[in-house]
Every structure is written in structure tokens, then in C-alpha cells.
Design a protein around this ligand. Sequence first.
Ligand code: FAD
Length: 234
Amino acid sequence: MKTTHRCTVLARRHLTPRTVRLTVGGPSLVGLVPRPAQDIEMLLTDARGSRVKRRYTIRHARPQVGEWDIDAVLHPGGGPGSTWAASAEPGSPVEFAGPRGKLRPGPGDGHLFVGDEASLPAIAALTEALPAGQEATAVVETESPADRVPIAAGRVRWLERGGRPPGDPQALLAVVAEEIPVGRFGQVYVLAEAGAARAVRELVHSMGVRPDHVFAKGYWTADRRPAVTSRNPM
Ligand SMILES: Cc1cc2nc3c(=O)[nH]c(=O)nc-3n(C[C@H](O)[C@H](O)[C@H](O)COP(=O)(O)OP(=O)(O)OC[C@H]3O[C@@H](n4cnc5c(N)ncnc54)[C@H](O)[C@@H]3O)c2cc1C
């Protein structure tokens, strides 16, 4: 059964010009220890007054005091999630379910992470949590260099969108095609726009990575349809 947490925004600060870190807290979070990159399902109200859900990664948890940090990207023309993040202030009430999410880094010592601004918090959390000595490569596309945050991967290929629409997979596909032959990737994680995640997953399969070693998930949809999830067991 999903637990709903009724919490309060405790702090807000900009990590980048387009990303805000919101610290949320409440008694029901005390003692909860989420796994790296687990997320919350935020319960929000859209412009028509309907209840909607949006997911955000738990970037840090402080179980002793019942606080979680989430890093939310503010999208031009975004929906209820972006609107909430743009206006949430210390003292704002916030309701969400979690922790949720089944992604766990698989065995093997070579990990390739592919994503964008929305999955940067998850990629940062997952790379930080890898056991010592395991190698990670990240391929991440952002609108501009100002959107970047540190990632604990030995090799990071940052891509700049440069006027292409968010969710266009062309640059990710080109760089992933360069990386697959040079790395030893036991596990590949594609956390991106739903169509882009599908396209990268297909490319990675076609280049010989075993399907059960690829985790692909749509983190958002460019056309507002419900998010598509594709999970191959690892
Ligand atoms: C497991 C999981 C964890 C996530 N963690 C995070 C996180 O930590 N931080 C975070 O910022 N996001 C995260 N996301 C992505 C976030 O849930 C989506 O971006 C969500 O769609 C934003 O909701 P919205 O209401 O602003 O926009 P929606 O109503 O869903 O979409 C409206 C429009 O906004 C635009 N839009 C929405 N999202 C994006 C985007 N990512 N990039 C560009 N344009 C967009 C599109 O034009 C879209 O048509 C996560 C998603 C999942 C599934």
C-alpha cells in the first residue's frame, strides 16, 4: 500500500538558473531510507483543478530529521510539476507518495547512464552510490552548460541542445553510438524523454548489449501523453 506523506517545504534554493532544490520534510519521513534514485509521486492540481501526479527523484534523504531534497527543473511551458516547483516556498504544504521506483544498479563493473536535465538527479544519485572501483560513463544532454550539475562518473559526455527541441534523440544516439564500442558496459540505463528512451534502447540492443542489461524509462513525454515505461529485468 502506498503511503501518502503530508509534508512542508522547508527550504528552496537554485542549483542552476533552471533547477531549484526543494527540501521537504515531515514526521512521516523520519526513519525512511530510500534507495538511490528512488522517487516521489507528487500529488498536484492542474490548471483545470484536476488532481494529477508528477514524479521527482529523491536526491538526498536525511532520515534522522525526516527531510528529503528534490531537484526540480523549471520547463518553459511546463505543466503542474514545473508550475509547483516555480512557486513553492518554505512553509508551502506538499503531498506525495513514496519512496517508489524499482531501478537498482545491476551487477558488472561498467555502467553507462544516458539522460537529460530531468534525469540528472537520478544519474547523480546512482553514480555516487556505485561501489568503489566500478566504472561509470554518463551521456547527458541539457539545454545549455548552465544546466549542468556534478556527476560522480569517471567519464561524462555533456551535450548541448543548441536549438533542437527537448526530447529530440539525435545527439544522444550519435554519442551513445560512439561510446558503446569503446566502453565495457555491463549495464546501460536510459532515463530520458519517452520516445528518446525507446530510440536509445533500440540502438543499444542493436549494438549488441543484452536486452536484460538495459533499463530504459521515459522520464517525461514531449507531447504530454502519459509516460511510457519499458523495463527489461536486469
Ligand atoms: C522516476 C522519475 C523521476 C523523475 N525525477 C525528476 C527530477 O528529479 N527532476 C525533474 O525536474 N524531473 C524529474 N522527472 C521528470 C518529471 O516528472 C517530468 O518532467 C514531468 O513531466 C514534469 O511535469 P510538468 O507537470 O512540469 O509537465 P507535464 O504536464 O508533464 O508536461 C507539459 C509539457 O512540459 C514540457 N516538459 C515536461 N517535462 C519536461 C522535461 N523534462 N524537459 C523538457 N520539457 C518538459 C513538455 O513540453 C510537456 O509537453 C522524473 C520523472 C520520473 C518518471
